[in-house]
Design a protein around this ligand. Structure first.
Ligand code: CP
Ligand code: NVA
Length: 314
């Protein structure tokens, strides 16, 4: 398999083929093995990477920091209070300045347009650490975890239950469609994913040989599921909608009754974290044997390291 991702940005999985996605997952599995064996190869020696965060983060920030340091790079954290991105300096100008100093840039924030502009104007690889629309590095960690648990990604039945139009639902639908994973969203109709995105994902799905299903019935959705996935009901920046979402999404809670309706014994429970226990998932499910949420969290670091090594490494 000859995959070369040098110099590429990682803004959305729409830009990546199934072969490239699998390559990043396999590279992460290899880097994980090496780290556990105490082997560090300094693929990013003498590189400097900027980590821009408009929104808070535990996993993503720590993954970029540790991934960079493990490979010999210097990470520089820049919160929205440290720089003046988009309000006292244009995104284009900040991008050009950072591109003269840094070898790569991570961005977490609100607008997908900002991360795209950073890539266009900095001319160095830019990595999307989450926007309102997308969260592609999370999906790599989820696929890595699925490969570790099932030995494969393609052909699995994946069900996402909850807010069907948030960044995680979008990113998972894109990734599953590319990889040939049957993807079902169960959410209230008012939170169904964007029709244009569903149409695009169905074109990917035709090529990879899988189905994209959208339903308002969680009970129907989970039948035969290998993976049941959920995310918070209120994403960062939408806090004003908390009460409305709780009422709307209550029937979509992942609890032991819903897990039992898969009809399979090996179904795993996944969540990108942070989780609100008692909302989108019950305490007993997230703490159950079938829950792999902390494997996913650890795999964030290995997959993010793989993205940096593949796009920026020697
Ligand atoms: N899953 C995830 O992106 O976590 P953080 O918000 O902690 O980075
Ligand atoms: N949908 C969540 C994901 C957090 C990793 C949010 O945007 O807050």
């Amino acid at each position: 398999m000859s995959v070369n991702l040098k110099g590429r940005s990682f803004l959305t999985l729409k830009d990546y083929t199934a072969e490239e996605i699998e390559y990043l997952v396999d590279l992460a599995i290899d880097l994980k093995k090496k780290k556990k064996a105490g082997i560090f190869e300094n693929h990013l020696k003498h590189k400097n990477v900027a980590l821009i965060f408009e929104k808070p983060s535990t996993r993503t920030r720590c993954s970029f920091t540790i991934g960079a340091v493990d490979e010999g790079a210097h990470p520089e954290y820049l919160s929205k209070n440290d720089i003046q991105l988009g309000y006292k300096e244009t995104v284009e100008d900040t991008a050009r300045v950072l591109g003269r100093m840094f070898d790569g840039i991570e961005f977490r924030g609100f607008s997908q347009d900002t991360v795209e502009k950073l890539a266009r104007y900095s001319k160095v690889p830019v990595w999307n650490g989450l926007t309102d629309e997308d969260h592609p590095t999370q999906v790599l960690a989820d696929f890595m975890t699925m490969k570790e648990k099932f030995g494969r990604i393609k052909g699995l039945n994946f069900v996402y239950c909850g807010d069907g139009r948030n960044n995680m639902s979008n990113a998972l639908m894109i990734g599953c469609a590319k990889m040939g994973v049957n993807f079902t969203v169960a959410s209230p109709e008012s939170l169904f994913p964007d029709e244009g995105l569903v149409g695009l994902c169905r074109t990917y799905a035709r090529e990879s040989g899988c189905m994209i299903n959208i339903t308002s019935s969680p009970e129907e959705a989970v039948k035969n599921a290998d993976v049941v996935y959920t995310d918070v009901w209120v994403s960062m920046g939408e806090e004003a909608k908390t009460q409305e979402r709780k009422a709307l999404l209550k029937p979509y809670q992942v609890n032991s009754r819903l897990m039992s309706l898969t009809g399979k014994t090996g179904t795993i429970f996944m969540h990108c974290l942070p989780a609100v226990r008692g909302n989108e998932v019950t305490e007993d499910v997230i703490e159950s044997e079938s829950s792999v949420v902390f494997d996913e969290a650890e795999n964030r670091m290995h997959t993010i390291k793989a993205v940096m090594v593949a796009t920026l490494g020697d």
